[in-house]
Design a protein. Structure first.
Length: 376
């Protein structure tokens, strides 16, 4: 009996006690475990930084064939995610070692940046490649560019040499719209040269990836006075333009399913309603919800919505201010159920970007928080 008590009953009681404690402290609420052990938190809102796989695959395919692409999206984090993902060599198989990537944020350039300064920064990866090839044709072509202040004639010779040696430069220009505010770059010589270098050869040794918050059409409108009788400077990229709109219902569910945290139906609907389907806003909505539970708010959904609003209103204001006057007016008219018949093109663009939706002939704002922002 003593042996039975020592070797069976006591361990059984210890096991049952442990199970009871685990159930009380870890299963009372789906968020209790996180509150007790913050150092072990699965930061699930940081996992919601995907959702653009099909766009990444499409642009990678363009790069492999020497074509250029434009990424249009209101949220810089969304664009940055894609640009960073595109540098993953696994996307390009056995051709990855023939690609050189250069990422340049146009807004970081000095307001008086010259073409010489631009190309000196944009071509930084090339000296790294040719450092041990001082007598090669590519090294000599690059040196000629430097000696002649990166004039278009010598840049063309450099890219011709790149093509001959089966190399490709992938030049990624983020916040491309900032170029419009740099007079030394916002001119026919620079923009015409950029078009020539990226489109005069096929497959091109220069794959240009531009990213910003205005469409190619808007960029063409803003630069048409530079070349009133000619074609738009970036018209060769139009087939490769990608607009980062809202995700579909199934894509949002897939994204939320990646989280270690299991959401209730009510929580899922809350996240969808306030975020409107953009990956960046979804991430912020989940983060706000996580914070509300962590702070043990009495009404976590209501608190999360207010926190989400407070975190995004400055960003949303900047976004609206970056739009054209007509686009801004169209958006406000939808939010206030006003007249929208004069804004056909603007509404189509807003729909592509996932901010409005046409519900049986009635235009509506997709995100509840965006509607609240305009109302306030």
């Amino acid at each position: 009996m003593t042996i039975y008590f020592m070797y069976f009953l006591i361990p059984l009681l210890v096991l049952l006690s442990a199970m009871f404690v685990w159930r009380i402290f870890f299963q009372t609420s789906p968020y209790t475990r996180q509150t007790l052990y913050p150092s072990q938190l699965p930061i699930y809102h940081e996992q919601l930084t995907t959702g653009r796989e099909k766009e990444i695959r499409r642009i990678a395919g363009q790069i492999l064939t020497g074509q250029s692409s434009a990424i249009v999206g209101a949220f810089s984090s969304d664009r940055t995610l894609i640009l960073n993902a595109l540098r993953n060599p696994e996307l390009y198989g056995d051709k990855a070692d023939r690609l050189k990537f250069s990422l340049l944020d146009i807004s970081s350039l000095d307001i008086n940046c010259t073409p010489l300064q631009f190309w000196d920064k944009a071509l930084k990866p090339l000296p790294e490649k040719i450092a041990d090839e001082s007598d090669s044709g590519l090294s000599k072509a690059y040196q000629a560019c430097q000696d002649n202040q990166f004039e278009n004639f010598y840049l063309d010779k450099l890219f011709a040499q790149l093509k001959q040696e089966n190399w490709r430069l992938v030049l990624m220009l983020d916040r491309f719209e900032a170029l419009l505010h740099r007079s030394n770059l916002d001119n026919s010589e620079f923009l015409g040269g950029l078009r020539m270098l990226a489109s005069s050869r096929y497959p091109s040794p220069l794959s240009l990836i531009i990213a910003g918050d205005i469409s190619l059409h808007q960029f063409h409108q803003d630069t048409k006075d530079l070349n009133p009788m000619g074609s738009p400077y970036l018209n060769f990229m139009e087939s490769g333009e990608i607009t980062l709109g809202a995700l579909s219902e199934s894509e949002i569910d897939k994204l939320l399913n990646q989280s270690e945290q299991q959401f209730t139906d009510e929580e899922r609907q809350f996240i969808k309603d306030v975020a409107g389907g953009h990956p960046h806003l979804l991430q912020l909505a989940v983060s706000a919800l996580w914070n509300a539970y962590e702070n043990e708010e009495e009404n976590p959904l209501k608190s999360a919505e207010q926190l989400f609003y407070n975190r995004t209103k400055s960003m949303l204001n900047n976004m609206l201010q970056s739009w054209s006057a007509n686009t801004r007016q169209a958006f406000v008219s939808v939010a206030k159920n006003g007249k929208v018949s004069d804004f056909k093109n603007e509404l189509e663009e807003l729909e592509k970007q996932g901010f409005v939706i046409n519900n049986n002939g009635t235009w509506q704002i997709r995100s509840r928080v965006l509607s609240k922002f305009v109302a306030n």
